[in-house]
Design a binder for this molecule. Structure first.
Ligand SMILES: *[C@@H]1O[C@H](CO)[C@@H](O)[C@H](O)[C@H]1NC(C)=O
Ligand SMILES: *[C@@H]1O[C@H](CO)[C@@H](O)[C@H](O)[C@H]1NC(C)=O
Length: 699
């Protein structure tokens, strides 16, 4: 945005203020107009007034001083870039541009000027380039969600200055380099003692996870470091973060021995260290009695018998140790853990017998022992769910040709919200059937992604129905107006669920409703049931009925229009100004002319010596010319030292004598003055006598 255009916008805003048309702070108005000039699809009421706080532009919240404090534009379909003028919104506390996937470009360093900012949400946009280090200049910020963009470069160490941050989500970008740690010269992530969420997953972060990163005063509940390029050992210090509930370090290149301090994390619900190069003994998780989900697959642990904790952690729902080098017998008590859902112990070396016992968990669905050395199996009548024994000796003998020895076993049907009461109804393109009313409507759609659920069962209706209920309750929708479908664990091992939310009235949500729902999801105001763990949401664009035809409120054209208008206005004002100036000069000249003795002395210097003539009159040359019949010879009545005297007849019938200086003569100035002085004395005496007479007459 050119400086000139910016000045013009500021000018327009000031004119608005001055003319009493608007109350919004002119800097804020100018900044918004400037942002708008680079955005398509801003809400239709943007730019309809030049007063963003007056009848508020949608997505804008102002304080009572008419300063913009919130700018929330989740899922508006905004396209374009975020320019540096955002930095002018000096009182801005909350900025949420989430789920505008065509809003991108680099993130302006002016974001660091927003000293009042507490919330910055850019989830699911298309931002590229570095995270600006100026982000570290925002001491009040507590919620930072930059996830699911295309940010690259390193984590700026200045982030370590955000001492109030509790949510730090930079996941799902292309951020590389090491985790910055504080030293005498520079801050680092180890200083973020109020942070509860380190969501750094799905990036290209590298180097070791520094020992100094964690300390006991930390409040972290979620550490998501999965799917990066970390190397080296898991730091012992992680065991100091007693508040931890989720620890995901899977899919890195971590090696060495898992520190025993990890067993101090007794609040942990999920531990996922899969797909690294960890070695030494398998970690001892004895006593971690809140663990629901454990995945230690695909490491290089020492070959050993099944650890004791397999059957002692009563909270266990998911046990995954693929390729764990485990041999010997399979502990029977494992299968009687009440909440157990899935046991994935394929690609190990179990070589004893399998007897799942008779008190098998009613939640158990999948038991996978593919590719082990099991030679004897005692089948249980109380278990009719999936049991995979392919590639075990037992499939060549005892169980040959049974269902247990075939890979294609019954696939459980993932949950989806029931539409059976709606019969099979077809909806127009873009609409879907609301499970609440069975009417067609345009739902607000997207995917909920749970990064560390405490379960793995995608068929569990009661869990997903709890999720539905929490959605309609917390998002204030009509009960039943949620459709969930196709839950599955994606390639990142996140639970992904398709979500459709339906409007309470009519077939559309209005913008205010979308802004509210999008904001509640991006800002984590919506909390799913605890077993779903940390989540994020990515919305699909919403097909607003006012569309983008009218919706692209302030196009480049409009801005150009305003700008041209301003230029024309300014030129107009200049022209008027110059005209007024000229008129003033003209008037001054006229006044000067009407004071014949103003320049009595040369250059008007001794004007003070000019005779004061009472009742004298000023005549223009034209008048004199007329009254003397164009200074005709017939009117000549004599000639003096420096000019000719004419007889003149004034329009009122008075006869006068007019002395005309010789044309072109520079002489006679002195004589002229002498004449005037003489005449003025005569005139004064006549006047004095007249006044005295008048006085006498009245007596
Ligand atoms: C576990 O925590 C206790 C104190 O809470 C501490 O004394 C002990 O050293 C820790 N264990 C490990 C292995 O870090
Ligand atoms: C373990 O590695 C295999 C082969 O790369 C892969 O197919 C499997 O999904 C991995 N297991 C887990 C739990 O990630």
């Amino acid at each position: 945005m050119g400086v000139i255009v910016r000045l013009l916008l500021l000018f327009v805003a000031f004119v608005g203020i001055r003319t009493g048309l608007c109350y919004t702070d002119p800097h804020d108005t100018a900044a918004l107009l400037s942002l708008m000039s680079e955005w398509q699809n801003t809400p239709p009421n943007w730019g309809q007034s030049n007063d963003p706080c007056g009848v508020p532009w949608e997505g804008i919240v102002c304080n009572n001083k008419s300063r913009v404090i919130m700018l929330k534009l989740s899922t508006m379909g905004i396209k374009g870039t975020l320019n540096g003028d955002i930095g002018q919104l000096a009182q801005l506390q909350s900025l949420d541009l989430s789920y505008n996937n065509e809003l991108g470009g680099s993130l302006t360093s002016n974001i660091g000027s927003l000293a009042q900012l507490t919330t910055l949400i850019l989830s699911g946009c298309g931002f590229t380039g570095n995270i600006p280090q100026e982000l570290g200049n925002l001491p009040l910020i507590s919620f930072v969600a930059l996830n699911s963009n295309k940010f690259s470069g390193r984590i700026p160490p200045s982030i370590g200055k955000l001492s109030n941050v509790y949510w730090l989500d930079i996941a799902d970008n292309q951020i590389s380099g090491p985790l910055p740690i504080s030293n005498s010269k520079s801050p680092g992530l180890d200083l973020l003692l109020n942070a509860k969420h380190f969501h750094f997953n799905k990036n290209q972060l590298s180097g070791t996870i520094p020992e100094k990163l964690f300390s006991s005063p930390m409040q972290l509940i979620h550490i998501l470091f999965d799917a990066n390029n970390f190397v080296g050992e898991i730091p012992t210090s992680v065991g100091l973060v007693q508040s931890l509930e989720v620890l995901r370090m899977d899919r890195n290149f971590l090696n060495g021995v898992v520190p025993s301090s990890i067993s101090n994390l007794t609040s942990l619900n999920e531990l996922n260290l899969a797909n690294n190069k960890l070695s030494g003994p398998m970690p001892d998780l004895e006593g971690m009695n809140n663990l629901n989900y454990v995945d230690l697959s695909n490491n290089t642990f020492d070959a050993a018998e099944a650890p004791f904790w397999f059957s002692t952690i009563e909270s266990l729902a998911v046990l995954m140790v693929e390729s764990g080098g485990i041999y010997g017998d399979i502990p029977q008590t494992l299968f009687s853990i009440t909440g157990l859902e899935q046991v994935l112990l394929n690609d190990n070396a179990f070589n004893g017998s399998l007897n799942m016992g008779n008190s098998i968990s009613s939640n158990l669905q999948i038991v996978n022992f593919q590719n082990n050395s099991i030679s004897e199996v005692t089948l249980s009548d109380s278990y009719n769910e999936t049991l995979i024994l392919v590639d075990n000796p037992v499939c060549k003998a005892q169980l040959a040709n049974t269902v247990y020895c075939q890979l294609q076993q019954r696939k459980p049907t993932p949950y989806s919200t029931s539409l059976t009461k709606c019969s099979s109804k077809a909806c127009p393109l873009g609409q879907s059937i609301s499970p609440q009313s069975c009417d067609c409507a345009y739902p607000y759609e997207g995917v909920l992604i749970f990064r560390a659920p405490f379960f793995r069962d995608v068929t569990n209706s009661s869990l997903f129905q709890q999720l539905e209920m929490s959605l309609w309750t917390k998002l204030k929708l009509t009960p039943g107006s949620i459709y969930l479908a196709n839950p599955f664990f994606n390639s990142d091992n996140y639970l992904q669920v398709q979500v459709k939310l339906f409007p309470s009235n009519g077939i559309y949500f209005n913008r205010a409703e979308i802004l509210k729902i999008g904001g509640d999801l991006s800002n984590q105001l919506f909390k799913p049931p605890a077993v779903f763990g940390p989540y994020y949401f990515i919305a699909s664009p919403y097909p607003f009925p006012d569309g983008n035809a009218k919706g692209s409120s302030m196009s480049k054209g409009a801005i150009v229009g305003i700008t041209i208008g301003c230029v024309v206005l300014i030129i107009g004002l200049l022209v008027v100004g110059i005209y007024a100036f000229k008129q003033k000069k003209k008037a001054e000249r006229a006044i000067l002319l009407s004071k014949p003795f103003a320049s009595w002395g040369s250059g008007g210097k001794d004007a003070g010596g000019a005779p004061q003539l009472k009742g004298s009159r000023w005549f223009s040359f034209e008048e004199l010319r007329k009254s003397t019949n164009n200074f005709s010879e017939a009117n000549e009545i004599g000639s003096g030292g420096y000019g000719t005297v004419y007889r003149g007849l004034l329009p009122n019938g008075q006869n006068v004598a007019i002395k005309r200086a010789q044309q072109g003569s520079m002489q006679g100035g002195l004589e002229f003055k002498t004449d005037i002085k003489l005449l003025s004395r005569v005139h004064a005496r006549i006047n004095a006598r007249r006044e005295a007479g008048a006085f006498e007459g009245r007596q």
